[in-house]
Design a protein around this ligand. Structure first.
Ligand SMILES: *Cc1c(COP(=O)(O)O)cnc(C)c1O
Length: 471
């Protein structure tokens, strides 16, 4: 280390010195002392690593009292903010797993707030005046909507698949097509979940083609389950063939074997009515006769994170009795959100307009274009000639590992600012309050208006006003 850097390190003051500065500067700021002290430590540590970083240049001014106070204040403010916060999703990915997947409808979040801040009949039967089951509130409506005999809910669909396999096939064999050995993000893979559940995977067919005879040829004394997995996040196209669920159900009946379908996303609305690619609905899957069907609460369903299991009464009862069920149980906030979301589905038109995931997926092009024009006009009104704004056509994505081949034509607002690179603008937007998450396309920062909510348009304009004032 050169002498200059050593000299700078020696100049770095101690925590007590900065604490005195702070208390003198802000005698009235009522903050937890632990936060202030930790923030001062962090600020000094950051300065120390800057001094030691080979390409950084610092001078004495970096340790002036006013600069130390400014840096400390920035760290304190950051520490007082929530880490989990609202961001504006301008990526156009509707079910964005990194940005919270599904947004709850207003009426649903109001119900969650009410149930969570008051006592409720969570496990109390108001008719009998005795202990009740925490799941009754959603089981009946799930059966009503899906046509299934029984229903239950766990923490997420990964949990639902695991619990079902563990209950029905531990120590036994499960027959699955080679074309359906799905991996979804975050390390959920059918073969791995199967191994953890204690069930043995028996792969049949080829990647692109599997026939009924392949399933039948794999059935042995040890076979406990026939499993179909929806290829929710990829498509196999070309010379392909897979066996329809109802044929597998007939095969299962012949050999007295239960049949399970992991639907992945799971939806009660037939999206092909709204111009999207056909996905099997939960109702159709129940009607095809599967014994167990599992799906997510927060993918295309648009509710809270949950894993829903519907199916035949005796099979679902066995899964419910598995002691692991308790470890996967959902809390009352999720239950409240799920029940309120399911209620909206009783009227499909209402579901499609009130559930944000559904309304964004089915949003007419002219509604998106109108949002794009509103943002463009607001940005133009800032009257800053460094800012260039254009409207461009692009394609949104469903996301959440659903409908990977679906094209969703959309309208985006593209931004350039003289003197700032696209990467720089993207970073400033991401670090704004609230953060605005867009993407970069050909040196242009692009905001897809499909996933931007109406009330966020003014907020984005204000963010750009600040960015332009800063740099
Ligand atoms: C998404 C998905 C899962 C996991 O669902 P989570 O709700 O994310 O746990 C399981 N199987 C398939 C086929 C999926 O698409």
């Amino acid at each position: 280390m050169n002498q200059e850097r050593q000299a700078l390190l020696r100049q770095l003051p101690g925590v007590d010195h900065v604490l005195d500065l702070w208390e003198e500067a802000y005698p009235a700021r009522d903050l937890p002392r632990s936060v202030v002290v930790a923030s001062i430590r962090k600020t000094l540590e950051e300065l120390r690593s800057t001094i030691l970083a080979p390409d950084e240049t610092l001078d004495d001014a970096s340790f002036s009292d006013s600069e130390l106070l400014r840096l400390t204040e920035r760290t304190v403010n950051k520490a007082m903010e929530f880490n989990l916060k609202h961001v504006i999703n301008a990526t156009g990915v509707v079910v964005h797993t990194n940005l919270g997947r599904s947004l709850l409808p207003e009426s649903v979040s109001r119900h969650v707030a009410e149930i969570s801040s008051r006592y409720s009949n969570l496990e109390f039967d108001l008719e009998k005046g005795a202990r009740g089951s925490r799941y009754t509130c959603v089981e009946d409506i799930l059966c009503e909507m899906s046509g299934a005999e029984a229903a239950m809910v766990v923490n997420n669909n990964a949990g639902a698949v695991f619990l079902s396999l563990e209950t029905l096939a531990r120590g036994k064999e499960v027959v699955v097509s080679r074309g359906e050995l799905v991996e979804i993000g975050g390390s959920f893979r059918i073969p791995d979940v199967m191994a953890r559940s204690g069930a043995r995977l028996v792969e049949v067919g080829a990647t692109n083609r599997t026939h009924l005879a392949d399933y039948e040829g794999a059935i042995r004394d040890d076979t406990a389950l026939l499993l179909k997995v929806h290829t929710s996040n990829y498509g196999i196209v070309g010379f392909t063939s897979s066996v329809p669920l109802k044929d597998i159900v007939a095969l299962g009946a012949k050999y007295h074997l239960p049949v399970m379908k992991d639907l992945g996303s799971g939806n009660f609305v037939d999206f092909s009515k709204y111009g999207l690619i056909k996905e099997p609905t939960v109702q159709e899957t129940v009607a095809a006769g599967a014994d167990v069907i599992t799906f997510s609460g927060d993918k295309m369903l648009g509710g809270p994170q949950a894993g829903i299991i519907v199916g035949k009464k005796d099979t679902v009862e066995r899964i419910k009795k598995n002691p692991i069920n308790r470890a996967l149980r959902i809390d009352k906030l999720t239950l409240a959100a799920l029940e309120a979301t399911l209620h909206l589905y009783r009227d499909e038109a209402e579901a499609v307009s009130a559930i944000p995931t559904l309304s964004m997926l089915t949003m007419p092009a002219k509604v998106i274009a109108a949002k794009a024009r509103r943002l463009r006009d607001r940005l133009k009104k800032l009257g800053n000639n460094r800012l260039k704004v254009v409207l461009i056509n692009s394609s949104s994505r469903v996301g959440g590992g659903s409908l990977p081949l679906q094209e969703l034509p959309t309208k985006c607002v593209g931004i350039k600012i003289d003197g700032l690179s696209a990467n720089r603008i993207e970073r400033m937007m991401r670090q704004a309050t609230p953060p605005v998450i867009g993407r970069i396309e050909d040196e242009l920062v692009v905001m897809d208006m499909r996933t931007v909510q109406n009330e966020e348009i003014a907020v984005i304009a204000a963010t750009f006003e600040k960015i332009l004032a800063e740099k």
